[in-house]
Design a protein around this ligand. Sequence first.
Ligand SMILES: [Zn+2]
Length: 65
Amino acid sequence: MIIDDRKRFGIRECPSCACEVPANNNHCPICGYAFPHPSPARRAMKIWGALLMLGLLLWLLLGGC
Ligand SMILES: [Zn+2]
C-alpha cells in the first residue's frame, strides 16, 4: 500500500496557474497567488446549518405539527 503524500498533507490546486500547492502553504510558490483563508463565520454557518437540519429531522421524527 502506497501512502500518497499529497493525500496525507493535503494539496490544493492553484486557481491562477493550476499547479499543485501544499495545503499548509498559503501562497502559490510558482505565481504567488494567495489562497483565501476559510473564514470562521463560514464555518459557523455550516455548523448552524447542520444543527438546523438535525433539529428539523428530529421534529419530523417526533411527529411534527
Ligand atoms: Zn500559482
